[in-house]
Design a protein around this ligand. Structure first.
Ligand SMILES: Nc1ncnc2c1ncn2[C@@H]1O[C@H](COP(=O)(O)OP(=O)(O)OP(=O)(O)O)[C@@H](O)[C@H]1O
Ligand SMILES: [Mg+2]
Length: 277
């Protein structure tokens, strides 16, 4: 029998006052899958993520995560489910007054009885897992580069050994090489830990490199498929997104020799200019 999806959203309606963001939207993620989420700015990618993890209440629809309907769970059981995912928010949001190790320890403190010494050791393991040098553990976020901050955020998202990882534009603002390395890291971790990943991104290289399927938010609904399938859709936004110069360059980079070793197909082609900004 097929496994149940780790995330199943059906008939979701999300609304802020009169503004409807999602209308009758269906979305699901299978276990072990990397699901990309794309869509124009303001189409509700971050809101979808926040709604799935219970930070935003849906106006209608059903959301099941890891087989549980969080809305109807008692607090304690809801927290038990929350422990099974990790989140890297769009704005990074490390606590600036805490060191990297202390940041990573926050979810451990909130959700477990792990004593401080062990928290520190676990934080150090996560620092290593995301490819940061050991001394980064004692630095404050302001003492790190943008790429290192992203890794630190990822380390915090991994603090509780999650089954699902939610990443909202993790490579935005990184230079092409940094973004490339971050993609590789996500893919390595996903494979090593068997994670299911929801990855919001504008980055076409990332989509090609690491996503199994992609959900495109368009006109309050979602279109889901592999990149190949979405590229064949007649929808104008999808055609422009995948078929425009940046989309074609990303496809060529994936097909080119540089891409053969994995998600390493980036160069300084025009599609990368945005990520540097
Ligand atoms: N807490 C909130 N209160 C009111 N409106 C909100 C709230 N959060 C989001 N919105 C609105 O919902 C819409 C979708 O926002 P969201 O942040 O999900 O966009 P996005 O697709 O993530 O865009 P971007 O690519 O720029 O990050 C926007 O119009 C936004 O203004
Ligand atoms: Mg967003």
């Amino acid at each position: 029998m097929a496994q149940a999806p780790v995330i199943q959203v059906t008939g979701l309606r999300t609304q802020f006052g009169p503004q409807v963001v999602h209308d009758n939207l269906d979305f699901s993620v299978e276990r072990g899958e990397v699901m990309g989420v794309v869509g124009g700015s303001g189409t509700g990618k971050s809101v979808l993520m926040r709604t799935i993890i219970g930070l935003n209440r849906p106006a209608a629809g059903k959301i099941r995560v890891l087989g549980q309907d969080l809305e109807n769970l008692p607090m304690e059981q809801a927290m038990a489910v929350q422990r099974r995912w990790g989140v890297l928010f769009q704005d990074g949001a490390l606590f600036s007054s805490l060191t990297v190790a202390q940041n990573i320890a926050v979810p451990l403190k909130e959700h477990t009885d792990v004593p401080p010494r062990l928290r520190r050791e676990l934080a150090q393991v996560k620092v290593a897992m995301v490819g940061l040098p050991p001394e980064a553990a004692d630095k404050y976020p302001s003492e790190l580069s943008g790429g290192m901050r992203k890794r630190a955020g990822l380390a915090r998202a991994l603090a509780l050994d999650p089954e699902i990882l939610f990443l909202d534009e993790p490579t935005a603002g990184l230079d092409p090489i940094g973004a490339n390395k971050f993609d590789e890291l996500i893919l390595q971790l996903q494979r090593a830990l068997g994670l299911s990943v929801v990855l919001v991104t504008h980055d076409l290289d990332t989509l090609h490199a690491i996503c199994d399927r992609v959900s495109a938010l368009i006109d309050k609904r979602v279109k889901v498929g592999t990149i190949d399938e979405l590229m064949r859709e007649p929808d104008p936004w999808l055609r422009e997104y995948f078929g425009g110069p940046r989309g074609r360059a990303a496809l060529a980079a994936k097909a080119g020799p540089a891409a053969k070793a994995g998600p390493a197909g980036r160069d300084d082609s025009p599609q990368d200019s945005e990520r540097i900004a």
